[in-house]
Design a protein around this ligand. Structure first.
Ligand code: NAD
Length: 480
Protein backbone atom coordinates (compact mmCIF):
# COMPACT_ATOMS: atom_id res chain seq x y z
CA UNK A 1 0.00 0.00 0.00
CA UNK A 2 1.28 3.52 -0.86
CA UNK A 3 1.61 5.65 2.28
CA UNK A 4 1.90 9.44 2.45
CA UNK A 5 4.42 10.52 5.08
CA UNK A 6 2.84 13.02 7.46
CA UNK A 7 5.20 15.43 9.18
CA UNK A 8 3.72 16.54 12.48
CA UNK A 9 4.86 18.65 15.37
CA UNK A 10 3.74 19.57 18.82
CA UNK A 11 0.61 21.70 18.93
CA UNK A 12 1.13 24.68 21.20
CA UNK A 13 -1.03 27.79 21.38
CA UNK A 14 -2.85 26.85 18.18
CA UNK A 15 0.28 26.35 16.11
CA UNK A 16 2.21 23.29 14.92
CA UNK A 17 5.67 23.58 16.46
CA UNK A 18 8.84 21.47 16.15
CA UNK A 19 10.48 20.19 19.32
CA UNK A 20 13.20 22.57 20.50
CA UNK A 21 15.72 19.72 20.31
CA UNK A 22 14.64 18.98 16.72
CA UNK A 23 14.01 15.33 17.72
CA UNK A 24 11.47 13.37 15.72
CA UNK A 25 10.17 9.80 15.69
CA UNK A 26 8.97 7.74 12.75
CA UNK A 27 5.52 6.20 13.19
CA UNK A 28 4.76 3.03 11.25
CA UNK A 29 1.59 1.37 10.02
CA UNK A 30 1.30 -1.95 11.93
CA UNK A 31 -0.46 -3.57 8.98
CA UNK A 32 2.56 -3.39 6.70
CA UNK A 33 5.48 -1.85 8.59
CA UNK A 34 5.60 1.26 6.35
CA UNK A 35 6.51 4.68 7.74
CA UNK A 36 3.42 6.90 7.86
CA UNK A 37 4.58 9.91 9.87
CA UNK A 38 7.47 11.72 11.43
CA UNK A 39 6.46 13.29 14.73
CA UNK A 40 8.26 15.80 16.99
CA UNK A 41 9.48 14.46 20.34
CA UNK A 42 9.05 16.90 23.21
CA UNK A 43 11.41 17.46 26.11
CA UNK A 44 10.91 19.44 29.33
CA UNK A 45 11.28 22.86 27.61
CA UNK A 46 8.52 22.04 25.14
CA UNK A 47 6.28 20.84 27.95
CA UNK A 48 6.94 24.11 29.72
CA UNK A 49 5.90 26.05 26.59
CA UNK A 50 2.69 24.02 26.30
CA UNK A 51 1.80 24.52 29.97
CA UNK A 52 2.50 28.28 29.65
CA UNK A 53 0.19 28.47 26.64
CA UNK A 54 -2.54 26.63 28.57
CA UNK A 55 -2.01 28.91 31.57
CA UNK A 56 -2.25 32.04 29.41
CA UNK A 57 -5.46 30.79 27.80
CA UNK A 58 -7.04 29.83 31.12
CA UNK A 59 -8.29 33.28 32.23
CA UNK A 60 -10.35 34.03 29.11
CA UNK A 61 -11.60 30.44 28.79
CA UNK A 62 -12.78 30.17 32.37
CA UNK A 63 -14.44 33.61 32.11
CA UNK A 64 -16.77 32.28 29.41
CA UNK A 65 -20.19 31.17 30.61
CA UNK A 66 -20.96 27.47 30.94
CA UNK A 67 -23.24 27.63 27.90
CA UNK A 68 -20.58 29.43 25.83
CA UNK A 69 -18.16 26.62 26.60
CA UNK A 70 -20.90 24.15 25.65
CA UNK A 71 -21.24 25.91 22.29
CA UNK A 72 -17.52 25.42 21.73
CA UNK A 73 -17.81 21.68 22.50
CA UNK A 74 -20.77 21.45 20.11
CA UNK A 75 -18.73 23.06 17.35
CA UNK A 76 -15.84 20.69 18.06
CA UNK A 77 -18.25 17.72 17.78
CA UNK A 78 -19.41 19.07 14.40
CA UNK A 79 -15.80 19.58 13.31
CA UNK A 80 -14.94 15.96 14.12
CA UNK A 81 -18.10 14.80 12.37
CA UNK A 82 -17.11 16.71 9.22
CA UNK A 83 -13.65 15.10 9.33
CA UNK A 84 -14.98 11.65 10.32
CA UNK A 85 -13.34 9.83 7.40
CA UNK A 86 -9.95 11.48 8.05
CA UNK A 87 -10.09 10.54 11.71
CA UNK A 88 -11.17 6.95 11.05
CA UNK A 89 -8.55 6.36 8.36
CA UNK A 90 -5.81 7.92 10.46
CA UNK A 91 -6.67 5.75 13.46
CA UNK A 92 -6.73 2.64 11.29
CA UNK A 93 -3.37 3.42 9.68
CA UNK A 94 -1.81 4.22 13.05
CA UNK A 95 -3.46 1.67 15.39
CA UNK A 96 -4.27 -1.10 12.88
CA UNK A 97 -7.92 -1.38 13.91
CA UNK A 98 -10.39 -2.30 11.11
CA UNK A 99 -11.87 0.82 9.52
CA UNK A 100 -15.42 -0.01 10.64
CA UNK A 101 -14.25 -0.13 14.27
CA UNK A 102 -12.33 3.15 13.88
CA UNK A 103 -15.48 4.79 12.53
CA UNK A 104 -17.39 3.52 15.59
CA UNK A 105 -14.72 5.07 17.81
CA UNK A 106 -15.06 8.43 16.07
CA UNK A 107 -18.82 8.25 16.70
CA UNK A 108 -18.19 7.44 20.35
CA UNK A 109 -15.86 10.43 20.68
CA UNK A 110 -18.53 12.68 19.14
CA UNK A 111 -21.14 11.28 21.54
CA UNK A 112 -19.02 12.32 24.56
CA UNK A 113 -18.80 15.88 23.23
CA UNK A 114 -22.51 15.94 22.45
CA UNK A 115 -23.41 14.69 25.92
CA UNK A 116 -21.25 17.24 27.76
CA UNK A 117 -22.37 20.06 25.49
CA UNK A 118 -26.01 19.35 26.30
CA UNK A 119 -25.92 18.92 30.11
CA UNK A 120 -28.65 21.14 31.51
CA UNK A 121 -28.27 20.95 35.26
CA UNK A 122 -24.53 20.85 35.92
CA UNK A 123 -24.88 21.85 39.60
CA UNK A 124 -21.84 24.15 39.45
CA UNK A 125 -23.31 26.69 41.86
CA UNK A 126 -25.83 26.21 44.63
CA UNK A 127 -27.04 28.36 47.56
CA UNK A 128 -28.74 27.02 50.68
CA UNK A 129 -29.28 27.63 54.40
CA UNK A 130 -26.52 25.83 56.27
CA UNK A 131 -26.84 24.07 59.65
CA UNK A 132 -26.25 27.38 61.51
CA UNK A 133 -29.05 29.00 59.51
CA UNK A 134 -26.56 31.11 57.59
CA UNK A 135 -26.50 31.35 53.83
CA UNK A 136 -23.94 29.26 51.99
CA UNK A 137 -23.05 29.34 48.33
CA UNK A 138 -21.25 26.28 47.03
CA UNK A 139 -19.20 26.93 43.90
CA UNK A 140 -17.38 24.49 41.67
CA UNK A 141 -14.14 26.03 40.37
CA UNK A 142 -11.84 24.74 37.65
CA UNK A 143 -8.31 23.64 38.54
CA UNK A 144 -6.46 25.62 35.87
CA UNK A 145 -4.23 23.54 33.57
CA UNK A 146 -5.04 19.82 33.42
CA UNK A 147 -2.74 17.18 31.96
CA UNK A 148 -4.35 14.33 30.02
CA UNK A 149 -2.02 11.42 29.27
CA UNK A 150 -3.40 8.72 26.99
CA UNK A 151 -2.48 5.20 25.73
CA UNK A 152 -2.03 3.81 22.22
CA UNK A 153 -5.07 1.58 21.85
CA UNK A 154 -7.92 4.14 21.67
CA UNK A 155 -6.13 7.48 21.28
CA UNK A 156 -9.10 9.57 20.14
CA UNK A 157 -11.76 8.40 22.59
CA UNK A 158 -9.31 8.22 25.51
CA UNK A 159 -8.49 11.89 24.89
CA UNK A 160 -12.05 13.09 24.26
CA UNK A 161 -13.69 11.35 27.23
CA UNK A 162 -11.35 13.37 29.52
CA UNK A 163 -11.07 16.50 27.42
CA UNK A 164 -14.81 17.20 27.21
CA UNK A 165 -15.50 17.40 30.98
CA UNK A 166 -12.16 19.13 31.63
CA UNK A 167 -12.89 21.95 29.17
CA UNK A 168 -16.54 22.26 30.13
CA UNK A 169 -15.55 22.78 33.78
CA UNK A 170 -13.42 25.75 32.63
CA UNK A 171 -9.95 24.17 32.60
CA UNK A 172 -7.43 24.33 29.77
CA UNK A 173 -5.47 21.22 28.86
CA UNK A 174 -2.18 19.75 27.72
CA UNK A 175 -2.67 16.37 26.04
CA UNK A 176 0.12 13.80 25.90
CA UNK A 177 -0.81 10.94 23.53
CA UNK A 178 1.17 7.72 23.30
CA UNK A 179 4.43 7.91 21.35
CA UNK A 180 3.08 5.06 19.15
CA UNK A 181 -0.27 6.57 18.16
CA UNK A 182 -0.23 10.39 18.41
CA UNK A 183 -1.74 11.22 15.02
CA UNK A 184 -5.47 11.46 15.76
CA UNK A 185 -4.81 13.57 18.88
CA UNK A 186 -2.82 16.08 16.83
CA UNK A 187 -5.66 16.15 14.28
CA UNK A 188 -8.14 16.68 17.13
CA UNK A 189 -6.26 19.80 18.28
CA UNK A 190 -6.13 21.14 14.72
CA UNK A 191 -9.86 20.53 14.19
CA UNK A 192 -10.55 22.26 17.51
CA UNK A 193 -8.79 25.42 16.29
CA UNK A 194 -10.64 25.26 12.95
CA UNK A 195 -13.88 24.92 14.94
CA UNK A 196 -13.18 28.18 16.74
CA UNK A 197 -11.67 27.02 20.03
CA UNK A 198 -9.29 29.73 21.26
CA UNK A 199 -5.55 28.96 20.90
CA UNK A 200 -3.96 27.53 24.04
CA UNK A 201 -7.14 25.87 25.33
CA UNK A 202 -5.96 22.51 23.90
CA UNK A 203 -2.23 21.89 23.50
CA UNK A 204 -0.58 18.63 22.44
CA UNK A 205 2.81 17.37 23.51
CA UNK A 206 4.10 14.31 21.65
CA UNK A 207 6.98 12.14 22.78
CA UNK A 208 7.91 9.44 25.23
CA UNK A 209 6.37 8.86 28.61
CA UNK A 210 9.64 8.95 30.42
CA UNK A 211 10.55 12.44 29.08
CA UNK A 212 7.47 14.33 27.84
CA UNK A 213 4.98 12.50 30.09
CA UNK A 214 7.04 12.71 33.27
CA UNK A 215 7.83 16.43 32.72
CA UNK A 216 4.12 17.10 32.38
CA UNK A 217 3.25 15.13 35.51
CA UNK A 218 5.90 16.96 37.54
CA UNK A 219 5.17 20.45 36.16
CA UNK A 220 4.48 22.91 38.97
CA UNK A 221 1.60 24.59 37.10
CA UNK A 222 -0.32 21.37 36.44
CA UNK A 223 -2.45 20.68 39.53
CA UNK A 224 -4.69 17.99 37.98
CA UNK A 225 -3.66 14.91 36.02
CA UNK A 226 -5.87 12.45 34.18
CA UNK A 227 -3.87 9.38 33.29
CA UNK A 228 -5.26 6.69 30.98
CA UNK A 229 -2.94 3.72 30.55
CA UNK A 230 -1.44 0.67 32.20
CA UNK A 231 -1.73 -0.13 35.89
CA UNK A 232 2.07 -0.26 36.26
CA UNK A 233 2.63 3.26 34.89
CA UNK A 234 -0.48 4.52 36.70
CA UNK A 235 1.11 3.58 40.01
CA UNK A 236 4.27 5.46 38.97
CA UNK A 237 2.17 8.53 38.19
CA UNK A 238 0.62 8.34 41.63
CA UNK A 239 4.06 8.20 43.25
CA UNK A 240 5.36 11.05 41.05
CA UNK A 241 2.38 13.24 42.03
CA UNK A 242 2.73 12.66 45.76
CA UNK A 243 5.23 15.41 46.60
CA UNK A 244 3.04 18.13 45.09
CA UNK A 245 -0.19 16.47 46.31
CA UNK A 246 -1.68 16.74 42.83
CA UNK A 247 -5.22 15.58 42.17
CA UNK A 248 -5.01 12.59 39.87
CA UNK A 249 -7.42 10.16 38.31
CA UNK A 250 -6.19 6.89 36.86
CA UNK A 251 -8.04 4.93 34.15
CA UNK A 252 -6.08 1.68 34.07
CA UNK A 253 -6.11 -1.93 32.93
CA UNK A 254 -8.60 -4.73 33.36
CA UNK A 255 -9.23 -8.46 33.16
CA UNK A 256 -12.97 -8.50 32.93
CA UNK A 257 -15.19 -11.57 32.96
CA UNK A 258 -18.39 -12.65 31.23
CA UNK A 259 -20.63 -15.08 33.09
CA UNK A 260 -22.55 -17.33 30.73
CA UNK A 261 -25.41 -19.02 32.58
CA UNK A 262 -27.07 -22.22 31.37
CA UNK A 263 -30.19 -20.29 30.31
CA UNK A 264 -28.34 -17.74 28.14
CA UNK A 265 -29.41 -17.15 24.55
CA UNK A 266 -26.27 -18.57 22.95
CA UNK A 267 -27.17 -17.36 19.44
CA UNK A 268 -27.01 -13.84 20.77
CA UNK A 269 -24.30 -14.29 23.38
CA UNK A 270 -21.55 -16.14 21.52
CA UNK A 271 -21.05 -13.76 18.55
CA UNK A 272 -21.06 -10.88 21.06
CA UNK A 273 -18.57 -12.59 23.40
CA UNK A 274 -16.23 -13.32 20.48
CA UNK A 275 -16.74 -9.84 18.97
CA UNK A 276 -15.81 -8.31 22.31
CA UNK A 277 -12.45 -10.08 22.69
CA UNK A 278 -11.63 -9.65 18.99
CA UNK A 279 -12.47 -5.93 18.91
CA UNK A 280 -9.30 -3.91 18.29
CA UNK A 281 -7.53 -7.30 18.33
CA UNK A 282 -8.20 -7.68 22.05
CA UNK A 283 -6.21 -4.52 22.78
CA UNK A 284 -9.12 -3.18 24.78
CA UNK A 285 -9.17 -2.31 28.48
CA UNK A 286 -12.81 -3.47 28.67
CA UNK A 287 -12.14 -6.80 26.89
CA UNK A 288 -13.87 -9.66 28.66
CA UNK A 289 -10.83 -11.96 28.49
CA UNK A 290 -12.37 -14.54 30.83
CA UNK A 291 -15.51 -16.41 29.82
CA UNK A 292 -17.06 -18.26 32.75
CA UNK A 293 -19.34 -20.97 31.36
CA UNK A 294 -21.86 -23.05 33.28
CA UNK A 295 -20.96 -26.75 33.18
CA UNK A 296 -24.03 -28.02 31.29
CA UNK A 297 -23.33 -25.83 28.23
CA UNK A 298 -19.52 -25.79 28.34
CA UNK A 299 -18.83 -28.29 25.51
CA UNK A 300 -21.31 -26.66 23.14
CA UNK A 301 -19.93 -23.17 23.87
CA UNK A 302 -16.31 -24.24 23.30
CA UNK A 303 -17.21 -25.87 19.98
CA UNK A 304 -19.21 -22.92 18.70
CA UNK A 305 -16.51 -20.40 19.69
CA UNK A 306 -13.86 -22.37 17.80
CA UNK A 307 -16.04 -22.02 14.69
CA UNK A 308 -16.41 -18.27 15.21
CA UNK A 309 -12.68 -17.77 15.83
CA UNK A 310 -11.81 -19.82 12.75
CA UNK A 311 -14.11 -17.70 10.56
CA UNK A 312 -12.29 -14.41 11.23
CA UNK A 313 -10.94 -12.59 8.20
CA UNK A 314 -7.43 -11.49 9.17
CA UNK A 315 -5.75 -8.87 7.00
CA UNK A 316 -5.56 -5.28 5.80
CA UNK A 317 -7.69 -3.21 8.23
CA UNK A 318 -8.60 -0.82 5.39
CA UNK A 319 -10.54 -3.65 3.66
CA UNK A 320 -14.18 -3.62 4.61
CA UNK A 321 -14.39 -7.42 4.90
CA UNK A 322 -11.48 -7.63 7.38
CA UNK A 323 -12.64 -8.51 10.89
CA UNK A 324 -9.23 -8.75 12.57
CA UNK A 325 -6.45 -6.30 11.80
CA UNK A 326 -2.87 -6.34 13.06
CA UNK A 327 -1.77 -5.80 16.63
CA UNK A 328 0.01 -2.52 17.39
CA UNK A 329 3.50 -3.94 16.68
CA UNK A 330 5.41 -7.15 16.12
CA UNK A 331 6.91 -6.74 19.59
CA UNK A 332 3.41 -6.70 21.08
CA UNK A 333 2.47 -9.74 18.96
CA UNK A 334 5.45 -11.62 20.40
CA UNK A 335 4.40 -10.64 23.91
CA UNK A 336 0.93 -12.10 23.32
CA UNK A 337 2.37 -15.27 21.82
CA UNK A 338 4.46 -15.70 24.99
CA UNK A 339 1.16 -15.72 26.91
CA UNK A 340 -0.15 -18.38 24.53
CA UNK A 341 2.92 -20.51 25.28
CA UNK A 342 2.54 -19.81 29.00
CA UNK A 343 -1.10 -20.92 28.92
CA UNK A 344 -0.06 -24.24 27.33
CA UNK A 345 2.68 -24.79 29.91
CA UNK A 346 0.24 -24.00 32.74
CA UNK A 347 -2.00 -26.83 31.56
CA UNK A 348 -4.73 -24.89 29.71
CA UNK A 349 -6.07 -26.49 26.56
CA UNK A 350 -5.37 -24.41 23.40
CA UNK A 351 -8.54 -25.04 21.40
CA UNK A 352 -7.65 -22.73 18.52
CA UNK A 353 -5.12 -20.25 17.13
CA UNK A 354 -2.41 -18.23 18.78
CA UNK A 355 0.00 -18.44 15.85
CA UNK A 356 0.97 -16.13 13.01
CA UNK A 357 -1.37 -16.63 10.03
CA UNK A 358 0.20 -17.90 6.85
CA UNK A 359 -1.23 -15.40 4.39
CA UNK A 360 0.95 -12.88 2.58
CA UNK A 361 -0.14 -9.83 4.60
CA UNK A 362 0.96 -11.51 7.81
CA UNK A 363 4.57 -11.59 6.65
CA UNK A 364 4.97 -7.78 6.89
CA UNK A 365 2.43 -6.82 9.51
CA UNK A 366 1.89 -7.61 13.18
CA UNK A 367 -0.82 -10.24 12.70
CA UNK A 368 -1.80 -13.25 14.79
CA UNK A 369 -4.66 -15.71 14.86
CA UNK A 370 -6.99 -15.23 17.83
CA UNK A 371 -6.40 -17.81 20.58
CA UNK A 372 -9.08 -19.74 22.45
CA UNK A 373 -8.11 -21.58 25.64
CA UNK A 374 -10.27 -24.17 27.39
CA UNK A 375 -9.81 -25.63 30.90
CA UNK A 376 -8.45 -22.42 32.34
CA UNK A 377 -8.30 -22.23 36.14
CA UNK A 378 -8.38 -19.06 38.28
CA UNK A 379 -4.81 -19.49 39.54
CA UNK A 380 -3.24 -19.52 36.06
CA UNK A 381 -1.35 -16.44 34.84
CA UNK A 382 -3.44 -16.31 31.68
CA UNK A 383 -6.54 -16.05 33.90
CA UNK A 384 -5.10 -13.32 36.12
CA UNK A 385 -3.06 -10.98 33.95
CA UNK A 386 -4.23 -8.42 31.39
CA UNK A 387 -3.00 -10.05 28.17
CA UNK A 388 -4.16 -7.19 25.92
CA UNK A 389 -4.53 -9.35 22.84
CA UNK A 390 -7.12 -11.63 21.15
CA UNK A 391 -6.96 -14.40 23.75
CA UNK A 392 -10.12 -15.76 25.36
CA UNK A 393 -9.94 -18.02 28.43
CA UNK A 394 -12.84 -20.42 29.02
CA UNK A 395 -13.43 -21.30 32.66
CA UNK A 396 -16.06 -23.82 33.75
CA UNK A 397 -18.33 -23.22 36.74
CA UNK A 398 -20.95 -25.22 38.54
CA UNK A 399 -22.88 -22.88 40.86
CA UNK A 400 -23.52 -19.15 40.54
CA UNK A 401 -21.64 -18.61 43.82
CA UNK A 402 -18.59 -20.22 42.28
CA UNK A 403 -18.88 -18.02 39.16
CA UNK A 404 -19.10 -14.86 41.25
CA UNK A 405 -16.08 -15.92 43.31
CA UNK A 406 -14.02 -16.49 40.15
CA UNK A 407 -15.20 -13.24 38.52
CA UNK A 408 -14.31 -11.25 41.66
CA UNK A 409 -10.89 -12.86 42.00
CA UNK A 410 -7.84 -10.97 40.76
CA UNK A 411 -6.60 -7.43 41.09
CA UNK A 412 -8.79 -5.67 38.50
CA UNK A 413 -12.33 -4.32 38.76
CA UNK A 414 -13.29 -2.70 35.47
CA UNK A 415 -16.28 -4.46 33.94
CA UNK A 416 -18.32 -7.65 33.63
CA UNK A 417 -21.11 -9.10 31.52
CA UNK A 418 -23.84 -11.49 32.59
CA UNK A 419 -25.64 -13.62 30.04
CA UNK A 420 -28.91 -15.08 31.32
CA UNK A 421 -32.55 -15.03 30.20
CA UNK A 422 -33.61 -14.82 33.86
CA UNK A 423 -33.60 -11.09 34.67
CA UNK A 424 -33.76 -11.72 38.44
CA UNK A 425 -30.78 -14.00 38.39
CA UNK A 426 -28.78 -11.57 36.23
CA UNK A 427 -29.59 -8.65 38.53
CA UNK A 428 -28.64 -10.59 41.62
CA UNK A 429 -25.30 -11.59 40.13
CA UNK A 430 -24.72 -7.98 39.05
CA UNK A 431 -25.08 -6.75 42.62
CA UNK A 432 -22.43 -9.12 43.90
CA UNK A 433 -19.72 -8.29 41.35
CA UNK A 434 -17.00 -5.91 42.49
CA UNK A 435 -16.55 -3.92 39.27
CA UNK A 436 -17.56 -0.50 37.93
CA UNK A 437 -19.48 -1.37 34.75
CA UNK A 438 -21.85 -4.29 34.28
CA UNK A 439 -23.66 -5.21 31.08
CA UNK A 440 -26.54 -7.67 31.10
CA UNK A 441 -27.04 -9.59 27.86
CA UNK A 442 -24.74 -7.35 25.86
CA UNK A 443 -20.99 -7.49 25.41
CA UNK A 444 -20.30 -4.13 26.94
CA UNK A 445 -22.13 -1.05 28.21
CA UNK A 446 -20.36 2.29 27.81
CA UNK A 447 -22.40 5.45 27.54
CA UNK A 448 -21.18 9.05 27.88
CA UNK A 449 -23.97 9.84 30.37
CA UNK A 450 -23.51 6.79 32.63
CA UNK A 451 -20.95 7.31 35.43
CA UNK A 452 -18.92 4.55 37.03
CA UNK A 453 -15.98 4.12 39.38
CA UNK A 454 -12.72 2.45 38.45
CA UNK A 455 -12.45 -0.33 40.99
CA UNK A 456 -9.39 -2.02 42.55
CA UNK A 457 -6.28 -1.89 40.33
CA UNK A 458 -8.37 -0.69 37.37
CA UNK A 459 -7.83 2.82 38.62
CA UNK A 460 -9.13 5.67 40.69
CA UNK A 461 -11.79 8.29 40.13
CA UNK A 462 -14.96 8.21 38.10
CA UNK A 463 -15.71 8.22 34.43
CA UNK A 464 -18.50 9.67 32.25
CA UNK A 465 -21.66 11.50 33.19
CA UNK A 466 -21.99 14.40 35.59
CA UNK A 467 -19.48 12.76 37.98
CA UNK A 468 -16.77 13.16 35.35
CA UNK A 469 -17.54 16.86 35.06
CA UNK A 470 -17.47 17.37 38.83
CA UNK A 471 -14.17 15.55 38.99
CA UNK A 472 -12.61 18.42 37.03
CA UNK A 473 -13.69 20.95 39.65
CA UNK A 474 -12.73 22.01 43.17
CA UNK A 475 -15.44 22.93 45.67
CA UNK A 476 -15.46 26.35 47.32
CA UNK A 477 -18.00 27.31 49.99
CA UNK A 478 -18.86 30.95 50.77
CA UNK A 479 -20.92 31.38 53.93
CA UNK A 480 -22.55 34.38 55.64
P1 NAD B 1 1.23 2.91 29.19
O1 NAD B 1 0.90 3.00 30.63
O2 NAD B 1 2.50 2.27 28.80
O3 NAD B 1 1.26 4.39 28.54
C1 NAD B 1 0.17 5.28 28.65
C2 NAD B 1 0.68 6.70 28.47
O4 NAD B 1 1.55 7.02 29.55
C3 NAD B 1 1.49 6.92 27.19
O5 NAD B 1 1.19 8.20 26.67
C4 NAD B 1 2.92 6.88 27.70
O6 NAD B 1 3.82 7.60 26.88
C5 NAD B 1 2.76 7.55 29.05
N1 NAD B 1 3.81 7.24 30.04
C6 NAD B 1 4.55 6.11 30.13
N2 NAD B 1 5.43 6.22 31.15
C7 NAD B 1 5.22 7.43 31.72
C8 NAD B 1 5.82 8.14 32.81
N3 NAD B 1 6.80 7.61 33.54
N4 NAD B 1 5.35 9.37 33.11
C9 NAD B 1 4.34 9.92 32.40
N5 NAD B 1 3.76 9.31 31.34
C10 NAD B 1 4.18 8.07 31.01
O7 NAD B 1 -0.02 2.21 28.49
P2 NAD B 1 -0.18 1.75 26.98
O8 NAD B 1 0.66 0.55 26.75
O9 NAD B 1 -0.05 2.92 26.08
O10 NAD B 1 -1.73 1.35 26.94
C11 NAD B 1 -2.25 0.12 27.30
C12 NAD B 1 -2.81 0.14 28.70
O11 NAD B 1 -3.76 1.18 28.86
C13 NAD B 1 -3.57 -1.14 29.04
O12 NAD B 1 -3.22 -1.56 30.33
C14 NAD B 1 -5.03 -0.73 28.98
O13 NAD B 1 -5.88 -1.52 29.77
C15 NAD B 1 -4.95 0.67 29.48
N6 NAD B 1 -6.11 1.48 29.04
C16 NAD B 1 -7.02 1.86 29.98
C17 NAD B 1 -8.13 2.61 29.59
C18 NAD B 1 -9.18 3.02 30.59
O14 NAD B 1 -9.96 3.93 30.28
N7 NAD B 1 -9.25 2.39 31.75
C19 NAD B 1 -8.28 2.98 28.25
C20 NAD B 1 -7.35 2.56 27.31
C21 NAD B 1 -6.24 1.80 27.74
Amino acid sequence: MEETLISDGLFINGVTTPAQSGDTKIITNPANGTAIASVAQASAVDVDAAVSAALDAFGAWTALSFSERQQHLKRLAKGIEAAETDFAQLETRNVGRPLRESTDEVHLAISYLEYFSSIKDADLERSYLNSANGETTLLRMPYGVCAIITPWNYPLTSAVKELAPALLAGNTVVLKPSQWTPLSTILLAKVAIESGLPPGVINVITGTGITAGASLVRHQHVPRIAFVGSTTVGKDIMRMSADELKDITLALGGKSASILCHDADLDKALPAVAGNILKNCGQDYFARGRLLVQQSIYEEVAERLVTIFRSQVIGDPMNTNTTLGPMISRAHCKRIQKYVELGGSEGADLLYGGIQPENEAAQNGAFMQPALFGDVHPGMYIAKEEIFGPVLCLMEFDSIDQAVKIANSGIYGLGATIWSEDANRANQIARTLHVGVIAINSATARYPDVSFSRVKHSGTGKESGIEALHQYTLLKSISH
